[in-house]
Design a protein around this ligand. Structure first.
Ligand code: FAD
Length: 487
């Protein structure tokens, strides 16, 4: 029975004496090596040796056998026809009753094809790892518990920048917060999210990434899953850095905003100047009108009266001309405006000047501020005028307290912005007058005194108001209250 089993086994079997002289080989051995039984018997096993196998391998083989242990390994063998193959061998000493080695049993199979496949897999793995490592992308593969099981060079670099915090966790947290819900059900080949812009604050600076993640499934390699075909779900995360593009976009946006605000300022100043000039000219003209009326009632038809009437008509025509020359408001459409964002823009633009003047800014916005319905550029112009006023106040010669505090807050029906400076403040009597066109506390040229009047106008056009108050501990607070008329 044993003989039949060994004869028919699909595994090359050889039995040798202690000198490795072959005493028996089975048909499978002949199929693998090309040596027929008659040709093999009496020869040494080393007939199969292809001399490229390093001597150390044989030394290891024989030292194991000498210690009465089995040896398992791979050898490069040469067939009877000279062809080479890779043999996987198990060589076991056979002991007699006294524990002495009397025979060796060799079992071998040709694993050339298997080895080729293993090499292909290893090569592909190395190639994929090289490509993934060289890619200018942050990449990571996460298991079902969101543990990183594979990552690339860029991922490791980002992890270093984050002080060894897993970037995957930071990205997933930011994406979840942005999406406002979980990542959805895992579906092989479908995106968990696509091109989500995520901000990650590293130790040095804020960085931006465009992130995508796709669900992938992997066959489980354990025995339990062999027939069941169990698969586990993984998330392949890829993130491209967009910090540079964002910085460029932001720079371009700020430049456009700066130009727009300058233009808006110029037009507002012109509008207010003309409107105030018309207003101030109307006073004397009305007086002249009443004088003329009196003259007409008393004597009528005097040459002086005719001349005055003519002068008045000319003046009225000139006033109409001035009125027509007042530029209309820009054709901006009302939209949802977040005053925090508008304030942030204005502060960003004013930052270099404030830095140069040694002004310290405390910016305390309400974390989430509801949007109001309004004209974004006019509102920015208004906020800029109020901040410019505060900066001017702080820039008073010899003034040392240079604190500017800006807060935003929302009530049930309004949004309030307070711009508080630690400057010399405005005397109580001047606080109301400050809103009149052409009123200015500055003596230098170039101060038209229309800034507050214009700011008040913008606030009123939004159904709100600007007020000036004395700040606690000195200085001035410009408080803007705008009603919440949600879009
Ligand atoms: P060898 O002169 O045979 O030996 C190399 C080194 O091995 C020597 O320096 C010596 O220290 C040690 N050594 C050799 N013979 C003995 C011994 N009897 N006792 C202790 N140490 C010893 N080799 C193959 O290449 N392919 C095979 O398929 C293969 N199958 C084998 C199957 C069995 C059952 C056994 C017992 C051995 C098998 N060998 C096989 C090993 C083979 O016997 C040779 O050791 C090997 O091929 C190296 O041959 P060599 O002529 O280069 O050196």
């Amino acid at each position: 029975m044993f003989e039949q089993v060994v004869e028919q086994a699909d595994l090359g079997v050889s039995i040798t004496d202690v000198e490795a002289n072959i005493l028996y080989v089975n048909p499978a051995f002949t199929r693998i090596t090309g040596y027929a039984q008659e040709a093999a018997l009496g020869r040494k096993q080393s007939m199969l040796s292809h001399k490229v196998t390093p001597p150390a391998v044989y030394r290891d083989l024989w030292s194991k056998l000498a210690a009465h242990q089995s040896w398992t390994g791979r050898l490069v063998n040469r067939r009877a026809d000279g062809g080479k193959y890779l043999a996987e061998l198990v060589i076991t000493p056979v002991l007699d009753d006294q524990g002495e080695v009397v025979r060796y049993l060799g079992l071998q199979r040709d694993v050339t094809g298997l080895h080729r496949l293993e090499c292909e897999v290893a090569n592909q793995k190395a190639l994929i790892e090289t490509v993934v490592d060289a890619a200018p992308l942050v990449m990571a593969l996460l298991d079902g518990d969101h543990r990183v099981v594979l990552d690339n060079h860029e991922y490791k670099k980002l992890m270093g920048d984050l002080g060894m915090v897993e970037p995957a966790a930071a990205i997933l947290d930011a994406v979840r917060a942005d999406m406002g819900h979980g990542l959805g059900a895992a579906k092989e080949g479908s995106y968990a999210f696509l091109n989500r812009e995520v901000r990650i604050d590293t130790r040095a600076r804020a960085r931006w990434f465009s992130c995508s993640a796709i669900w992938v499934r992997r066959e489980e390699g354990d025995a339990d899953s062999f027939f069941g075909g169990a698969k586990s779900v993984f998330l392949l995360l890829a993130a491209t850095e967009t910090t540079e593009q964002r910085a460029q976009q932001e720079k371009a946006r700020m430049a456009a905003l700066r130009a727009m605000l300058a233009e808006e300022n110029r037009i507002t100043a012109l509008r207010e100047t003309l409107a105030a000039a018309v207003y101030q000219l109307e006073g004397p003209l009305n007086m002249m009108g009443s004088v003329l009326g009196t003259m007409e009632r008393r004597g009528g038809g005097l040459p002086a009266g005719a001349a005055l009437a003519e002068a008045m008509n000319a003046a009225r025509a000139a006033l109409d001309g001035l009125r027509a020359a007042i530029p209309a408001n820009s054709g901006e459409l009302p939209t949802a405006v977040n005053l925090n964002e508008a304030l942030h823009d204005v502060l960003e633009l004013a930052a270099p000047r404030m830095l140069a003047l040694g002004i310290h800014v405390a910016w305390r916005p309400q974390a989430v501020l509801p949007a109001i319905l309004g004209y974004p550029n006019r509102l920015r112009t208004m906020l800029k005028a109020l901040i410019d006023n505060a900066v001017e106040a702080l820039n008073t010669k010899g003034w040392r307290e240079r604190e500017l505090s800006i807060t935003s807050a929302a009530t049930d029906d309004a949004v309030e912005v307070a711009i508080r400076d630690s400057g010399p403040g405005i005397p109580a009597a001047a606080r109301l007058k400050a809103f009149e066109p052409f009123f200015t506390t500055k003596k230098e040229r170039g101060h038209l005194g229309t800034g507050l009047a214009s700011a008040q106008q913008v606030a009123q056009d939004h159904g709100g108001a600007v007020e000036l108050e004395a700040a606690e501990g000195g200085g001035c607070v410009a408080r803007v209250v705008l009603p919440l008329r949600r879009s």
